[in-house]
Ligand binder design. Structure first.
Ligand code: SAM
Length: 211
């Protein structure tokens, strides 16, 4: 049941805003599902079109609940407990927001450069908004940072980040990712498993197109 209370009391909702579900998004959603599950939170992927066939890796994953309904219908009776993570919000997320809100809502949008502000599609619904600092994050990073702030109660400006990391594609090429990431214990940006390989594949495809 979508609204059952998870052990942490927190639910992270990604409202899927694209008609398709790209390989990048499915790796991000897999990571959000497993990290949410491990932390005792619930992860809901909402507004998934009935016609969309979920990729095989997402069909069986523990910790993921798929909803064809949208956020407004699912939480119609508790709108004031829903917080939209919004790069344009005037206030940053704080550990105390962990008491004020039960549901944290994110745009299921691939990052773009420059950002096209597709989060506005959710902003218009009138939820209270909070920012995670001034730099655009990938969706899985935004959920990770929110979890660290509201569950582990670490202030958003005390989390170690790396902005716009340069990733090595091969001996000669590298590519700059236009996002902010959390730095892992190994000193590298935390990314979904398989993401590095996908970035390398996509960049090489792009480079081939230039030849
Ligand atoms: N370029 C995008 C846009 O069109 O709005 C940003 C999309 S970002 C990849 C996906 C989601 O992560 C956003 O909809 C938002 O919920 C969250 N997010 C990313 N960076 C954020 C930030 N600095 N503050 C608050 N939320 C953020």
């Amino acid at each position: 049941m979508a609204n059952a209370i998870p052990p942490s009391g927190k639910t992270f909702v990604v409202e899927h805003l694209d008609p398709e579900l790209e390989a990048w998004s499915s790796l991000e959603y897999l990571t959000i599902a497993s990290e949410s599950h491990a932390s005792g939170a619930q992860f809901l992927l909402s507004s998934v079109p009935t016609t969309l066939k979920l990729p095989a890796n997402l069909q069986q994953v523990q910790g993921l609940k798929v909803e064809t309904r949208g956020i407004e219908e699912i939480y119609a009776d508790k709108k004031d407990r829903v917080c939209l993570l919004d790069p344009a919000a005037s206030k940053d997320l704080s550990p105390e927001d962990g008491d004020a809100f039960d549901v944290f809502l994110f745009g299921g949008i691939l990052g773009d450069d420059p950002p096209r502000d597709r989060t506005s599609e959710l902003r218009k619904k009138g939820y209270q908004g909070r920012r995670l600092g001034p730099v655009q994050m990938t969706t899985d990073t935004a959920v990770r940072v929110t979890r660290i702030v509201v569950q582990d109660r670490v202030p958003v400006d005390k989390i170690p980040y790396v902005d716009h990391p340069e990733l090595k594609i091969n001996k000669n090429e590298s590519t700059e990712m236009p996002f902010r990431y959390v730095v892992g214990k190994d000193g590298h940006p935390i990314m979904p498993e398989g993401m590095m390989e996908l970035i390398i594949k996509d960049t090489e495809k792009g480079l081939d197109g230039l030849l």
